[in-house]
Design a protein around this ligand. Structure first.
Ligand SMILES: NC(=O)C1=CN([C@@H]2O[C@H](COP(=O)(O)OP(=O)(O)OC[C@H]3O[C@@H](n4cnc5c(N)ncnc54)[C@H](O)[C@@H]3O)[C@@H](O)[C@H]2O)C=CC1
Ligand SMILES: N[C@@H](CC=O)C(=O)O
Length: 809
């Protein structure tokens, strides 16, 4: 025998009831169907009852609309001759409903008895209509499911219920239908089974009839790994143990109600969760098969919002017995349901999570109970954190596996999600923790990824600067997307872009291929501060801010972004070459927050320079000397100068080729090389400021003081013969000009040098860079890095590599 339960949405309309009929007809052998009230009817009955109690006559309009809705369903489902018969079947229930509502309205009192009668009326109506429609024998659950009122609710009298159900089993044919949710007490008064009662009815029937399985037909494909409204990548879990399903459903996954599982579990009846609107989907199977150790450690994540964290604390609690008992008794006496409890071994505080709407009742109850201790300052008044959420990870395989909690808290922590309280039972089936409700999306996303519940991890990118380097980076994001996803399980999603005037932000992702045009068409006006504020406000997981500008203002927002747990990847050298204090604070913040601050392209563009130096330093080596050519622009200039190619034209060419800074005077003044040498020196362990670097500009200082770039480009023509004469002279001596950077004995210097053919810089072609590093380990023969030192493609590739490094793939 199979027991099939259909929830309110599944029987929410005539069309849906037709789907139910198809599903039931497709089941072979004996079957028992349980139905809920038509979707929304129970809530409407309750609200109507409250309206009647308040003496508001609109209760009668509400009543008529409930009746009309049922008649409309009948109208759509049945042929005219049958309709009258079905209406006759439900007429007594409708009459009873009318009488009760009139009584409540007249007396202005909604007694528990009337409430129970009214709230179960939806199932009485729906079950009769559906039984007739699918051709099932109708059985009145109230005759078989017996309850007793205890501890503030109706409790099922299991033995008596089992006995009555086993008797009725003998009378049942091939297809029987029972209304869910409704029951009666020993005085045969109508009662109900509380929230999720129809699931419970079905489980009781399945247990009493020793069914082969229990099928819960609902409007989702099964238990999902997380709330799909928050995690679009959440997917259906194929198998769960009873305990796992219980834990997941307790914490927010409203697929099945926890008590439902108990009769099925006790009788080892497998439960299937299936989708009425997608019956071919495999669904979730819940049974007691042993958990395969190879399965994922975490099966699912559940979450509850709109809760409050209430804390009682004080030195007067330490070592005093009975404090918890008094606190929990006070809450129970006021019908406050406790969702989570957390107490540290110091016994100095107890925190509980309760529904947000019960926070003030709970506070009053506890403060009243501890009024004496509070008056004597032994215990502090209760504190309440509102707008909180509980998140729980669930999985039987967590048992005895080390590192799960570490991985969990590390992943949420480095995304800046603060944890207010934690609870884990000794069963190790569930780790629950309390966070601010605003962080829930972020937390669920990072946990989903951290435990490989997602097929891939995701980086959310915010880009400032869409010029030479930025636009190439956007091409990379597009061209590498597929490969990264397939080979590295990494998805890079562009969620924000800012130019110097406009910005676009979209949590679900922008189109990197068209974003530059989109920015002009639909971008909103921005400043770098407003862009930063929006990034922080969006609070997305695994965020990376990428700076492809040469702007000081942009560099000035890194600190607040890192403070907000946003990683920073930058091609812009300004931050790392600003004051040593600011540079080291950025690095320290990234370390503290567990996010990344990467700037590999600051020196040598796409060449790996900073990473090898970092590795040497980390391995305990000491860097003693650096000699380098660090300017692609200046090397290009000295290599390209000729009679036909005078200085002024070669400068313009370096800019056109994307080697120079947006303002080439930054290169020609030596500033760009100073910045780079400073960064290398700092990364090598030296504490230096820009003023400590001795600098000889590439062109005389007076040329650099001109008010505009155009004026400079005009004036610099005067230097064409000077540079050409110098080149010729050096060539005749077998020498070449190089703009070199040097760090030795802690002293840094940049400037022009003349090198002969024996010098390692002599053959440095085009815009190439070279970096020679002498250390304790590399003393006779320096470590050497050489290659393209400028250019949009190599730089964008370097920035992209830094971005991927953030994801650690
Ligand atoms: N070109 C190269 O070979 C290399 C460049 N870099 C660095 O890359 C950075 C970018 O260089 P390019 O792309 O060549 O410069 P670019 O001038 O072509 O692009 C910079 C972009 O940033 C925008 N911008 C300026 N202020 C902004 C703000 N407040 N907010 C948003 N956007 C703003 C500008 O409008 C421009 O579109 C520079 O810091 C440069 O030093 C680093 C290594 C190599
Ligand atoms: N302007 C720079 C670009 C790289 O940092 C250079 O010319 O080297």
């Amino acid at each position: 025998m199979q027991v099939l339960k259909f929830g309110g949405t599944s029987v929410g309309s005539a069309e849906n009831i037709q789907k139910v009929k198809e599903i039931v007809s497709s089941v072979q052998g004996q079957k028992v169907v349980v139905v809920s009230a038509v979707g929304g009817i129970t809530d409407r009955l309750i609200s109507m009852a409250r309206t009647a109690e308040s003496g508001d006559r609109t209760c009668f309009e509400n009543l008529q609309s409930i009746i009309d809705d049922h008649f409309e369903i009948i109208d759509k489902l049945f042929q005219p001759i049958e309709k009258d018969e079905v209406i006759k079947l439900i007429e007594p229930d409708i009459e009873e409903l009318k009488i009760i509502i009139k009584g409540v309205y007249l007396i202005r009192e909604l007694s528990r008895k009337s409430f129970e009668n009214l709230s179960g009326m939806g199932e009485r109506l729906s079950s009769k209509i559906i039984a007739r429609y699918i051709g099932a024998n109708w059985f009145d659950s109230r005759h078989y499911i017996k309850t007793n009122y205890e501890f503030g609710r109706n409790q099922v009298l299991i033995d008596e219920t089992q006995k009555l159900l086993s008797e009725v089993k003998l009378e049942m044919g091939n297809c029987s239908l029972f209304p869910g949710f409704i029951s009666s007490n020993q005085k045969s008064e109508n009662t109900t089974l509380g929230r999720g009662g129809s699931d419970y009815t079905a489980a009781l029937l399945a247990a009493a009839f020793d069914a082969d399985n229990l099928q819960i037909w609902t409007d989702v494909d099964g238990f999902m790994t997380a709330d799909p409204r928050v995690i679009s990548r959440a997917y259906c879990i194929d198998k769960l143990s009873y305990a796992e399903a219980m834990e997941l459903s307790h914490f927010g996954a409203k697929v099945i109600y926890p008590p439902t599982i108990i009769p099925a579990f006790q009788n080892s009846i497998p439960i299937w969760i299936k989708n009425t609107f997608n019956p071919s989907a495999p669904g979730t199977l819940i049974n007691n098969e042993k958990v395969d150790i190879k399965e994922r450690q975490i099966k699912g994540i559940s979450s509850i919002k709109e809760v409050s964290l209430l804390t009682l604390q004080g030195i007067g609690m330490v070592g005093v017995t009975g404090i918890s008992m008094r606190m929990f008794t006070a809450l129970a006496a006021n019908d406050v349901n406790i969702i989570l409890i957390s107490q540290a071994s110091s016994e100095n505080s107890i925190s509980v999570v309760i529904g947000g709407d019960q926070a003030s009742i709970a506070r009053e109850a506890i403060e009243y109970e501890f009024r004496r201790e509070i008056a004597q300052n032994h215990i502090s008044p209760v504190t309440i954190d509102d707008k909180m959420a509980v998140v729980a990870i669930v999985g039987e395989n967590m048992k005895h596996t080390t590192g799960i909690a570490g991985q969990l808290f590390n992943s949420v922590g480095k995304n800046g999600v603060n944890i207010y309280a934690i609870a884990q039972g000794a069963s190790e089936l569930n780790i629950s923790f309390v966070i601010k409700e605003k962080d829930i999306r972020k937390a669920l996303n990072v946990i989903h990824e951290a435990f490989f519940l997602s097929d891939y991890s995701r980086l959310n990118l915010f880009l400032a600067g869409k010029g030479t380097v930025g636009s190439k980076l956007l091409h990379k994001v597009v061209s590498q997307a597929r490969k990264l996803k397939e080979e590295n399980n990494l998805m890079i999603r562009l969620v924000g872009v800012a130019g110097s005037r406009n910005m676009l932000l979209e949590r679900e992702g922008l189109n990197a291929a068209t974003v530059i045009e989109d920015l002009d068409k639909i971008g909103e006006a921005c400043t770098i501060e407003s862009f930063r504020d929006r990034i922080i406000e969006m609070n997305v997981a695994n965020s990376v801010f990428v700076d492809c500008t040469a702007s000081e203002e942009v560099a000035s927002v890194y600190q607040s972004l890192l403070d907000a747990n946003v990683s920073v990847v930058t091609a812009n050298k300004i931050a790392s070459s600003s004051s040593y204090a600011a540079y080291s604070k950025l690095k320290a913040t990234a370390r503290e927050k567990g996010v990344k601050f990467f700037f590999e392209t600051n020196v040598g563009a796409g060449l790996p320079v900073i990473a090898p130096i970092n590795d040497l330093v980390k391995s305990g080596d000491k860097i003693e000397r650096l000699e380098a050519v660090l300017s692609g622009t200046l090397n290009f200039i000295v290599n390209t100068l000729s009679e036909e190619n005078p200085l002024s034209e070669v400068i313009a060419e370096a800019k056109a080729k994307g080697f120079s800074e947006p303002d080439p005077r930054v290169d020609l003044s030596g500033t760009d090389v100073v910045r780079k040498l400073l960064i290398l020196a700092r990364e090598s362990g030296y504490v230096l400021e820009q003023e400590d670097v001795e600098v000889e500009p590439f062109v005389p200082a007076e040329y650099l003081d001109l008010p505009s770039l155009d004026a400079f480009m005009d004036k610099v023509k005067d230097l064409n013969p000077v540079f050409e004469n110098q080149r010729k002279k050096l060539a005749s001596e077998g020498k070449r000009l190089r703009y070199a950077a040097r760090l030795s004995e802690g002293k840094a210097k940049v400037g022009l040098i003349e090198v002969d053919s024996k010098h390692p810089f002599y053959d440095l072609e085009g815009s190439n860079n070279i970096i020679l590093v002498w250390s304790e380990n590399y003393n006779e023969h320096p470590l050497q890095v050489k290659g393209y030192g400028a250019g949009a493609d190599v730089t964008a590739a370097g920035v992209f590599a830094d971005i991927i490094k953030v994801a650690n793939v």
